[in-house]
Write a protein that binds this ligand. Structure first.
Ligand code: COM
Length: 520
């Protein structure tokens, strides 16, 4: 279908996406100016966050991008199977957590665990997800002037040539942004019906899980397990290592991690750390999981298993044509300008490895685009603010206290609840989102820590569990990572909008007049 110049509306895009995704419409959706030579400044292979944002910036800089995407929409896995459903579920988890914790108090009725349905939320998401997809197609075509071929597999022929929808396109540069998928761990029984990963959970779930096992110990495992448990469904996490010690969460401060993991236990999530699933058991469908734990062998019954065991890159569309350098997990190696080892070939998004986050994808794509257009830009994606959800929003940026102590001679911290205090002994930190807990269950309000190099007085790390501080971290991280940094004095001089979800400004103000800084 040729949509170029047709002014397709959001409603029309939505219908087309639904038809294409269900298979009732087949064939490529072509938004290409056929009046021009099929030669582009850059071809983005993959139209997820990296490809879409990269293409937009390349176009803004006066270039001509082409985006090739196998799905009938732009935006990639984020709005389809990953970040957006995850945020929907995490918001539900937060509400459900409160409904359970406060049941029988204030206006909260007794919590009915049969009322919150995992399946209902998945079906809600599935039925409405083409709305955001349609907006992104419309925005990309109409507002951002991006040419694209959707609903068609692309095949890279060489470093300047790609085929899709039976046509050949050439470009001065390629940006590979084909994403990643779950790396199956190789456990016996992992293909049984009832075993899902984050993608098949969205696509295929057609029953209400009654007893859940989640395998893995990082973001996906912790986030989805917290959601399942919040619906009232008995849930067990099985993790080889201590929870939240790999991937992005490896950069969490130990006190933040402790607060978060204790909070999961408090909510009756069963956590089996240093444990290995040896077999997923079942005949026609999953019935349970055999586990070796430090205490010995266990069998945990389950009618639903989620694999949160990591990802591997999608390389099929270019592997045979491009001899790229990959790391030991198969991700494409790039430098800080997103250049691969092949001249003119860039890579971005999940394809270049963790963190598997949309914000990293977007910036890696735009970094590639700028360099292609001759604008020098670098992106160090190992130093970005990061987050996850349990029933809390958990956010961290900069150095942990331990890292700071290794690097600087004198380090002080501002921590709430204060060092060594049981969270049940204070309602702080308490702010918007945790006020009800502050006056009912103070141990549930949250945690925060600010790490300061006492010599330069610079804030070097911020860590938070609670509600609503993620927004502040976007800006605070920018400020603390500028060459001039951000001192505790400057932080204390900001105007706080009381009661903000993080207390950094208020506490910095309490402390900043101290000539010789001490912890609190
Ligand atoms: C976000 C998708 S859900 S994109 O980054 O806007 O393309």
């Amino acid at each position: 279908m040729d949509v170029y110049g047709k002014g397709t509306s959001i409603a029309q895009w939505r219908r087309l996406i639904d038809e294409a995704y269900s298979g009732s419409f087949q064939g490529p959706i072509v938004n290409v100016d056929d009046g021009r030579d099929p030669h582009f400044d850059a071809i983005f292979v993959g139209g997820g966050s990296a490809g879409r944002f990269g293409a937009a910036v390349l176009r803004s800089l006066g270039g001509r991008p082409l985006v090739l995407e196998r799905w009938p929409f732009l935006g990639g896995s984020c709005p389809h199977q990953a970040c957006v459903p995850h945020h929907l579920f995490s918001e539900a988890a937060r509400e459900l957590d409160q409904a359970q914790a406060l049941q029988g108090r204030l206006w909260y009725p007794e919590f009915d665990p049969t009322a919150a349905s995992v399946l209902e939320l998945v079906e809600l998401f599935r039925s409405k997800r083409s709305g955001p997809h349609a907006h992104m197609n419309w925005q990309s075509a109409q507002q951002l002037d991006i040419e694209s071929v959707l609903n068609a597999e692309a095949q890279v022929l060489d470093a300047r040539t790609v085929r899709a929808a039976g046509r050949t396109f050439t470009a001065d540069a390629l940006v590979l942004a084909t994403g990643a998928r779950t790396a199956l761990p190789g456990i016996e029984g992992e293909t049984l019906p009832g075993v899902f990963d984050y993608a098949s959970f969205i696509e295929d779930l057609d029953y209400e899980p009654r007893k859940i096992v989640v395998i893995g110990g990082s973001k996906v495992a912790v986030e989805y397990a917290s959601f399942y448990r919040a619906t009232g469904t008995p849930t067990t996490i099985v993790s080889r290592a201590e929870l939240l010690t790999s991937g992005g969460p490896a950069r969490m401060d130990v006190d933040l991690r402790r607060f978060v993991v204790d909070g999961m236990r408090l909510r009756d999530l069963e956590l089996l750390e240093h444990s290995v699933v040896t077999r997923i058991v079942g005949c026609d469908r999953v019935e349970g999981v055999e586990i070796e734990t430090p205490e010995g062998h266990r069998f945990v019954e389950a009618d639903f298993v989620l694999l949160g065991t990591g990802e591997k890159p999608n390389t099929a569309s270019f592997a045979s044509a491009l001899p790229l350098v990959h790391d030991d997990r198969g991700f494409v190696v790039v430098d800080s300008r997103m250049r691969t080892n092949i001249d003119g070939v860039y890579a971005a998004g999940d394809l270049i490895g963790p963190p598997m986050e949309m914000f990293k994808s977007r910036r890696s794509g735009t970094t590639a685009a700028r360099n292609i257009m001759g604008v020098d830009a670098t992106f160090h994606y190992d130093d970005i603010p990061d987050f996850l959800h349990t029933t809390y929003e958990v956010t961290w940026a900069g150095l942990t206290e331990r890292e700071a102590r290794e690097r600087f001679e004198r380090v002080v911290t501002i921590q709430v609840p204060p060092i060594g205090m049981d969270p049940a002994d204070t309602p702080l930190p308490m702010a918007e989102g945790s006020m009800l807990y502050g006056f009912t269950l103070p141990e549930r309000t949250g945690f925060q820590k600010c790490v300061i190099d006492a010599t330069t007085r610079r804030v070097v790390g911020i860590h938070h569990a609670g509600y609503g501080a993620k927004d502040a971290f976007q800006y605070l991280h920018h400020m603390i990572s500028r060459p001039e940094g951000l001192t505790i004095d400057q932080l204390g001089d900001m105007n706080e909008l009381y009661i903000s979800s993080d207390y950094f400004i208020g506490y910095a103000r309490l402390r900043s007049s101290q000539a010789d800084l001490t912890s609190m």
